[in-house]
Write a protein that binds this ligand. Sequence first.
Ligand code: SAH
Length: 291
Amino acid sequence: MPAPLRAVLEAEVPFSSLTVEAQQEARDGTVKTLFRTREGHKVEAVLMRYRDGRRSLCVSSQSGCPLTCTFCATGSMRFGRNLTASEILDQALHFRRIEPVDHCVFMGMGEPMLNLDSVLAAARRLPDIGITWRRTTISTVGWMPGLRRFVDEVEEPIRLALSLHAPDDALRSQLMPVNDRFPLREVLAECRRYHALRHRKVYVEYVMLAGVNDRVEQARALVELLDPKVFKVNLIPYNPTGIYDGSSRRAIDAFKAVLDRARLPSTVRLTRGRDIAAACGQLAAAQPVSG
Ligand code: SAH
């Protein structure tokens, strides 16, 4: 192409809607990238590399997050705005240029159900870069207007994950103020409707906080709440962000044993990228320590 045309294209058709500001690699191979939007909003995304060869992306749907879950660092940065579909897809394309990727979770900054149109537009394009819908998961706190639409409108086999974190409303509201607006009963009913309509299980995320939600009685309460035909539990070791302590390995095992006995399927999430603050709940666009 002639040089003047290249100059025009570069000025008017940017290669990406995001610019890379910093990138760090953790000891376990996890890569975290800090991007900026055109007006300077910060966005982070993560590439997780697993020993079995899986390459999983964790992308953001918003710059920051307007919700204020007490255990999550993203809520402590200033909320910017919803990202466009291009800005979401450009996070994935950035990593796709490093190496082939095959899974994507919408578990970075932001609440996907507050920005559902852009999230879906991006998710629907992911097969073009090698990530099938079955390997795409959208996670939500249970923001009902978006969740209802997701259940009714999404025909593609995109997976749904619910951040639950407590087996009762009192504790859940304390951990996640959004629960006052959309209580457990309503959110779980909507998840059951998803299962009935789409015949896919809902993943329940449960971050393990020492002495807060990790007691054996709470595991029993969780068993009462979740039908094993509908839900699969993912216990998440807490990544330090401030006020809580993570549950011990023993507490996590004891909690899991209760779920196992009730035949409620569960796994313990592998923690990735903690040394570069790239793990769940640690995305807050803090400036990386140099070196
Ligand atoms: N807003 C959506 C999408 C973000 S997903 C949602 O909350 O589902 C990010 C996941 O990491 C959520 O399950 C969240 O609860 C969890 N998380 C947040 N802070 C964490 C922390 N400090 N340690 C472990 N997991 C955390």
